[in-house]
Design a binder for this molecule. Structure first.
Ligand code: MG
Length: 159
């Protein structure tokens, strides 16, 4: 068994869809980035890659590569998992926290869990997602951005 950790942040801007955990969430603002800027999925990619002793998401899917412009981060997660599987591991479970002042994420968490579980080939109970505000403090509290943290446990395949 090996553990990995991931962190990501993206700026909130007008005129972009808000996509977190592979789910589009109705909101006045969305996350800015080269890809779809799915902050939660990016943190999870780094957690599973790190657990396998690999590099980070920006190393494999660079933000100056047009192939990844507006890329669906669900695809990046599936490709990160492939890299982890190539090292001989499967995901055991992940746990994550999203820090966002607005909008309320609670109604969307079940849908995110299902989306991520199916990509990571684990059960819904193996995907932890918590959401918290930043108590109006700092850039998250001022609604300038959203942050996500993830840890992942991976295990050697018996295959
Ligand atoms: Mg990112």
């Amino acid at each position: 068994m090996r553990i990995g950790f991931g962190y990501d942040v993206h700026r909130l801007v007008e005129g972009r869809p808000l996509i977190i955990g592979g789910v589009e969430i109705p909101h006045t603002h969305g996350l800015l980035g080269h890809s779809d800027a799915d902050v939660l999925i990016h943190a999870i990619c780094d957690a599973i890659l790190g657990a396998a002793g690999l590099r980070d998401i920006g190393y494999y899917f660079p933000d100056n590569d047009d192939n990844f412009k507006n890329a669906d981060s669900k695809v990046l997660l599936a490709r990160s998992l492939e890299l982890v599987e190539k090292e001989g591991y499967t995901v055991d479970n992940i746990d994550t926290t999203i820090c966002a002042e607005r909008p309320k994420l609670n109604p969307h968490i079940e849908s995110m869990k299902q989306t991520l579980a199916s990509i990571l080939k684990v059960s819904v109970k193996d995907v932890g997602i918590k959401a918290t505000t930043n108590e109006t403090i700092g850039f998250v509290g001022r609604c300038e951005g959203i942050v996500a943290y993830a840890v992942a446990l991976i295990k050697k395949c018996e295959c």
